[in-house]
Design a binder for this molecule. Structure first.
Ligand code: SF4
Length: 431
């Protein structure tokens, strides 16, 4: 394969700002430099810097591998199809890919009867359960920027995992003055975007469940056995604010975090009777929102759904990939991690098809029954689309170089064709 060198330019090839694919804020205002490897020019976001460090100045020349030995694309595809053909119940996990990749994986799941779960499926289910049980009222980055006069960060300082959140939502010109209250989290006042806001920290009363319940009761004007003057004052401020936004982070919640998500929605509903309020969930990284949205629009059901021959089955608890693999309730694993090498498949001796960043090969050790197909990263080596954190917004991704590696969509479609061909041949032989 021929390596393609990054153009010697201070920005992405178009000279336009680049859209970062490495977290669901999808920052699209920063330029990228080529140099020895890609780096952000206008931001020191540590999450983006860590992710970009896994890419060089030229496209990878990695080859597929079958049981640890180099293989060509066609034989790796045929071997992957053989694993799926021999599986009674496969699971597709990881699912860190873009819209086109997830669409192709859904088609392949339909062809092979697979269960679909994302690497961050547990955190995704917190917000999905709240949506299913009570409905949700979310806002957008632009709405926060233009209207929010009170932002309450519940159990998160936002920037540990979403470093540009406050810069992306900093009050726009003419927007009302803003207070940011951190409940159960420490504020980093040096954070860009927070400088124009007043800030306050309030500790949890008990844990996050107790605190959210107490705040919901106070906002609704109900008395409780527990009491806390700081939370009482915050409830009064939320009632008096013109537009409160409650920010929470699905990945930081413990098990049963859906209870907190539902309580936040109850607070929002109560406030909307007399003023205006909404929630904003930080989550859905590694393509999680994209995988969930695409699965939902294609099937009518979210992730943790089996696309079985007998019909669709959604099991938000039972279809957790790591548990199914640990219990050997599935007999083959197809794992997708196209954004970087850190999202490794769960340890097991199940037959494994791994579509991933070239460096993921190191995670395989000498695992037998393994097909590794290195794939392109959307926004680095290939174009693509991702859903942003605020739900219905799909952002286009522009590559910074032309890749030599296939996209997840191309590989999934190739496996699907090989699977169909295999079945046609088997049926022909059986006649
Ligand atoms: S906050 Fe997220 S999208 Fe923005 S630059 Fe950092 S990793 Fe990229």
């Amino acid at each position: 394969m021929t390596a393609i060198t990054v153009p010697d330019s201070s920005t992405a090839p178009t000279g336009q700002p680049w859209t970062c694919p490495f977290c669901p804020l999808s920052c699209d205002g920063y330029r990228i430099s080529a140099g020895e490897g890609p780096a952000l020019v206008d931001s020191d976001c540590p999450r983006a810097a860590a992710a970009l460090s896994h890419f060089g100045a030229s496209a990878s020349s990695a080859m597929p591998r079958h049981d640890g030995r180099p293989a060509d694309h066609a034989s790796a595809i045929a071997a992957a199809a053989a694993i799926l053909a021999g599986s009674r119940q496969p699971i597709f996990g990881g699912l860190a890919t873009d819209v086109a990749g997830m669409r192709a994986l859904y088609r392949l799941a339909d062809a092979s009867g697979a269960i679909l779960d994302h690497a961050n499926g547990g955190a995704l289910m917190h917000s999905t359960r709240a949506l299913q049980d009570r409905g949700v009222f979310y806002t957008t980055l632009a709405e926060i920027r233009n209207r929010a006069d009170l932002v309450v960060c519940l159990g998160t300082n936002a920037v540990d995992h979403y470093p540009e959140f406050f810069r992306r939502t900093a009050p726009a010109a003419g927007a009302p003055a803003r207070q940011v209250v951190f409940v159960g989290a420490a504020a980093d006042r040096a954070t860009p975007g927070l400088d124009g806001c007043t800030t306050q920290e309030i500790p949890f009363v008990g844990d996050v469940f107790d605190t959210a319940a107490l705040l919901a009761a106070r906002v609704a004007g109900r008395g409780t056995a527990m009491s806390d003057p700081a939370l009482d004052a915050l409830a009064a401020r939320m009632q008096a604010a013109r537009y409160t936004v409650i920010v929470w982070e699905s990945g930081s919640l413990p098990e049963h975090g859906a209870l907190v998500a539902e309580t936040i929605q109850r607070i929002v509903n109560t406030l909307n009777r007399t003023t205006r309020a909404a929630a904003f969930c930080l989550g859905g990284g590694d393509g999680g929102y994209t995988a969930n949205q695409v699965t939902t629009w294609l099937s009518g059901l979210p992730l943790r759904t089996g696309v079985h021959a007998r019909g669709l089955v959604h099991e938000p608890q039972r279809y957790a990939a790591d548990r199914l693999v640990a219990d050997r309730a599935v007999d083959a694993l197809l794992w997708v991690s196209s954004f970087g090498p850190d999202l490794v498949p769960p340890t097991s001796d199940l037959p494994l098809v791994l579509l991933g960043h070239p460096d993921l090969q190191a995670a395989l050790d000498d695992r037998p029954d393994t097909i590794f197909i290195p794939v392109s990263t959307p926004g680095i080596g290939s174009a693509g689309h991702l859903f942003r954190a605020d739900g219905g917004i799909v952002v286009p991704l522009t590559p910074i170089y032309a890749d030599t590696l296939p996209t997840v969509a191309q590989v999934a479609d190739d496996i699907g064709r090989a699977l169909a061909e295999r079945r046609r041949t088997e049926q022909g032989g059986a006649r």
